[in-house]
Design a protein around this ligand. Structure first.
Ligand SMILES: [Zn+2]
Length: 277
């Protein structure tokens, strides 16, 4: 690891198929022997990091690609051998899936990442949520406003947790993490403490061995999460929070507003570009 030099500049680049890859910059300017030596060094370093990782306890994280689960990913990497799962549930803001991929590439070592295709939910739940239905506009306004209820996807976290618990059992992991926090409690029933406790109960009896469900940020607000993330140097420029999946974040939806308020509260500038800039 250590200091970056002219040979170690990397960049996350969106590929033609929509996936994200970490590209080493300036390769063309390097002599092939230097390139080969550098690649071998990188590989050796990655293998060492992976060996350390393999000795840690396995854990699964539900990673949306937003700033809360992005912070939790970097938080967990300190202690666990983390496996990330992201859900494509037909959301308008599919851009967050690419953010999740980029975040997994940015951790040391890189985090194994599964994208689960549940895009059929878009048709199945189309009457319920402005996140799934193009004819229902994502409301502007504050997160706690009544209008934000249209952004609820029915039972989303139970659907995702059920699959993540199955994935954990398959991996031999005993813990599943997700980043529900206190700012979600007002409108999202499946982010409230009572939901988490009941999920913990059912996860403990759904298979031969119990699986634990953890929501370590349950009593934190978004500013608390940001404070943790800044200490961990989470690359927030690679997170995506906006419910409108446009080129730039809208700055007006409840999700954007809550994010911007959190950055304001801790006195830092959000590295994302906004339509309102
Ligand atoms: Zn927005």
């Amino acid at each position: 690891m250590g200091e970056q030099n002219e040979y170690t500049r990397t960049n996350i680049v969106e590929m033609e198929d929509g996936s994200f890859e970490e590209i080493i910059e300036d390769q063309s300017s390097l002599k092939s022997s230097v390139q080969a030596e550098f690649k071998a060094k990188m590989l050796e370093e990655e293998q060492k990091e992976q060996e350390v990782e393999n000795r840690k306890e396995k854990a699964v994280i539900i990673l949306s690609g937003g700033m809360d689960s992005g912070t939790l990913l970097f938080d967990l990497k300190r202690k666990y051998n983390v496996f990330a799962i992201t859900f494509d549930y037909g959301q308008k803001h599919r851009k967050e899936i690419f953010a999740a991929k980029a975040l997994c590439l940015k951790t040391k070592p890189k985090t194994p990442h599964q994208v689960m295709n549940l895009s059929g939910l878009r048709g199945l739940l189309k009457n319920s949520s402005s996140l799934l239905n193009n004819s229902i506009k994502v409301p502007d306004g504050h997160y706690e406003d009544e209008t934000m209820k249209s952004t609820v996807v029915p039972n989303r976290n139970m659907i995702m947790l059920s699959i993540a618990i199955g994935y954990a059992i398959d991996l031999g992991a005993k813990k599943v993490f997700y980043a529900a926090h206190s700012g979600d409690h007002a409108i999202y029933p499946d982010c409230r403490p009572v939901f988490v406790y009941q999920m913990q109960k059912v996860a403990s009896v759904c298979h031969y061995d119990p699986v634990e469900v953890h929501a370590p940020y349950l009593n934190f607000n978004k500013a608390d999460i940001l404070r943790i993330g800044y200490k961990l140097k989470v690359p927030y420029e690679h997170t995506w929070t906006c419910y409108n999946g446009r080129v730039r974040a809208c700055g007006k939806c409840g999700s954007c507003q809550e994010r911007l308020e959190a950055f304001d509260e801790i006195g830092l500038e959000d590295p994302l570009e906004y339509e309102t800039d």
